[in-house]
Design a protein around this ligand. Structure first.
Ligand SMILES: *[C@@H]1O[C@H](CO)[C@@H](O)[C@H](O)[C@H]1NC(C)=O
Ligand SMILES: *[C@@H]1O[C@H](CO)[C@@H](O)[C@H](O)[C@H]1NC(C)=O
Length: 221
């Protein structure tokens, strides 16, 4: 192989491997149960890891996803998360899940994004109107669907998405996410509820709104 070809192959390989490691790091051991007290920890690969000899089945266990979250709030939904904070054994494994409850007639999981994870959602009960919007490069196209029990929908990593209960009864969905700690950015809260607030003139121009409307929105969030 000519040295130029070799260099090219090397650059391509380096690019591919950097893409592959853009998500949660691959574990270099069977598991790495997260701990807060580093005195008993031995490896570091994500959070600090517990000595594997001290790991127990409970490090990989969560109880309570059968319990509905309370949807009596302004948006009418409740997300119960099961990530590395609930199951320390998820540390470095690149996966987590949630239960989402929706109040009847319009309860919604408001537009938000997960900076670190693609989400695959399964409807157990009820009827959901769901969607995500592509990035500017793809013309902010809305991909939406109405989902019934047994249906599955995917929200690609980083894209703004939402679910709304359009049925007359409660709805329940479960979702798996491709990170031990997917993160959530709720659009309305982030933009209008930041602390300290973003200058209202900036938001008025960005959203083409009257400054009074912006100030009103900032009071709400
Ligand atoms: C979600 O439900 C739990 C359990 O009922 C409750 O403690 C929590 O306050 C609820 N969260 C919201 C945002 O309503
Ligand atoms: C976005 O819109 C432009 C201009 O109308 C068009 O040329 C392009 O094909 C669109 N791209 C996608 C991904 O739809």
């Amino acid at each position: 192989m000519k040295s130029v070809d070799f260099l090219l192959a090397f650059v391509v390989l380096a690019l591919v491997s950097s893409l592959a490691s853009a998500y949660d790091p691959s574990p270099l051991q069977d598991f790495c149960v997260a701990i807060n007290d580093i005195k008993t920890g031995i490896f570091v690969n994500g959070k600090f890891c517990k000595d594997p000899k001290l790991a127990t089945p409970d490090d990989f266990f969560f109880k309570g996803l059968s319990i509905p979250g309370n949807t009596n709030n302004l948006v009418g939904s409740n997300v119960t998360t099961v990530n590395v904070d609930q199951i320390p054994g998820l540390n470095t494994l690149g996966i987590s899940m949630v239960r989402i409850d929706y109040a009847p007639k319009g309860g919604q999981n408001a537009p938000h994004t997960h900076p670190r994870a693609t989400e695959i959602l399964f409807v157990q009960e009820g009827t959901l109107y769901v969607g995500f919007v592509t990035s500017n490069q793809n013309n902010n196209t809305l991909f939406s669907k109405i989902l019934y029990p047994g249906d599955v929908f995917v929200f690609p990593i980083g894209l703004i998405h939402f679910q709304v209960n359009i049925g007359k009864t409660e709805a329940v969905a479960f979702a798996a996410l491709g990170s031990q700690n997917p993160g959530v950015i709720t659009i309305a809260n982030t933009v209008f509820g930041s602390n300290p607030p973003i200058n209202p003139d900036v938001l008025a121009r960005a959203f083409q709104l009257d400054v009074k409307v912006v100030k009103d929105l900032q009071k709400k969030f």
